[in-house]
Design a binder for this molecule. Sequence first.
Ligand code: COA
Length: 576
Amino acid sequence: MRVLFLTHTFNSLTQRLFCELVERGHAVSIEFDIADSVAEEAVALFRPDLIVAPYLRRAIPESIWRRHTCLIVHPGIVGDRGPSALDWAIQEQSPEWGVTVLQAEAEMDAGPIWAEERFPLRVAKKSSLYRNEVTEAATRGVLKAVERFAAGNFVPTPLNYESPAVQGRLRPLMKQMDRAIDWSRDTTATVLAKINAADGFPGIADTLFDQPCHLFDACAESILKGEAGELIARRETAICRATVDGAVWIGHVKRGDSVHPFKLPATLAFADECTKVPEVALDGCWAQQHATWQDIRYEEAQHVGFLHFDFTNGAMGTQQCQRLLAAYRWATARPTKVIVLMGGRDFWSNGVHLNLIEAAESPADESWANINAIDDLAEAIISTGSHLTIAAVQGNCGAGGCFLARAADLVWMRDGALMNPHYKNMGNLYGSEYWTYLLPPRVGADGARAIMQNRLPLTARAGVANGFVDACLASDIAAFRVDVARRAAELAAAPDLDGRLAAKREKRAADEAQKPLSQYRAEELDHMRRNFYGFDPSYHVARFHFVHKSPQSWTPRHLAQHRDLGWVVPGEELPA
Ligand code: COA
């Protein structure tokens, strides 16, 4: 079928649905929801069999839904309506939630139902639930609905609030008034539920150091205590605030009064003020056994070291890369033979930290420092002769983060996670992280060119097929982790491990003799220097818009196939 996606952006859910439908042989083209007339034009050009709206912020125009079946993905159970579906469910600590695929009609979210999928509601940030449970449920629901549509005889169920099966209801937009934290009364669980329900957008309007700001990225603390509302500790990028029965760490804030009105690590956004808050550092990177804030965490089992780095949004600033490099070097000195680089649950890595770069006095200098810091880390991984290294990609991975993963000997990816192993979307950035060394041997020179040019997401299955990924493992995160640990332990115990490590060292030495790593790096950084300091400001402009979340004004051509010059509706080509 020809399926047109009408969507606000090409976000992770849209990417996932795109990949799933394309893998099933459908022709999918994408139009961003910019104006009714633009959507109408896309429909006229593409002549879709079906329209799917994975992520829309406004209603589909009547001129379209009257003539075409339009399936809307709503992140709520049947009957739930309104723009704050997940926010209410998380804040009210519902045990279960769901995704409904419904048909667009005059009344928003009130059309007949094509599919519903449910899931237990984990205690987690809204963005994490969206990228995991919601995405999985939406994928199942949309695939079911598309099959039902293709079958031609399915009659969707009208929404009927009289039916006992309909448990949702119309809910208003959640306002800051509904979200406000009362530090003198709210328990840690309530504060977490409130911040989680507002994370990554819009955050909780509050104050820190008497300055207005929005709070994001909270985690519980089970040992430190203080007077409710008091700031009691800081650690690396986070600040700890006491509640009535414990404390929470705040990882990120957006300051309303600042020249940088976007999310920044809390200790950086309030750098001067934080000097008055006591620093409570952790001793080394062994995983703590109690609830606390720890972005780099090491565990060991069965002669395997597991290095977790759960950096918010997968963004890795200069200091984060340096701290991770120190932890990695320490891990390679442990009496183990295999190191698994676990990344974080939601993201393995998204490359350099664009928000920190944007906020720097000289974004060009900070870009340079950051890319060098991530390259140092990639180089250390590539050059590790003492251990077999594995990147266990649990969450999504973008740009330089994908090549940082590829720096490991093996890349094991969770089925359902997505990679975007290309840089061009960020103002034609050339990219580094030794991609020119790492990519071609995996996918061939033509494959490498195609990946960089096409700028499309890669599923774990497609990654295995093209050689970028070594194994596609279970889609359930807990099962994935169990499988990773089991396979890594098997490798560590394998009788041929020493031989394998010797062969790895030989291969590295041969590669180095042919062309030193330093030369790959120098060539890549030569391009990057031009991106950062040259006449063409495309990278700085693209980064500004990415960080400030500027609305899109057109759909990129690589997504909107129907806008290609010479586009012909499949099956209606003129005879040669
Ligand atoms: N630096 C800072 N923030 C980043 C980031 C980065 N490198 N990559 C992603 N983020 C942030 C986004 O701003 C967003 O923030 P929010 O919490 O305010 O919503 C959040 O991470 C999630 O990103 P989003 O784009 O919504 O996720 P996605 O899963 O839909 O898309 C990517 C994933 C990787 C395709 C997309 O985030 C991206 O293009 N990132 C930039 C990658 C890049 O160019 N890195 C620099 C070159 S190495």
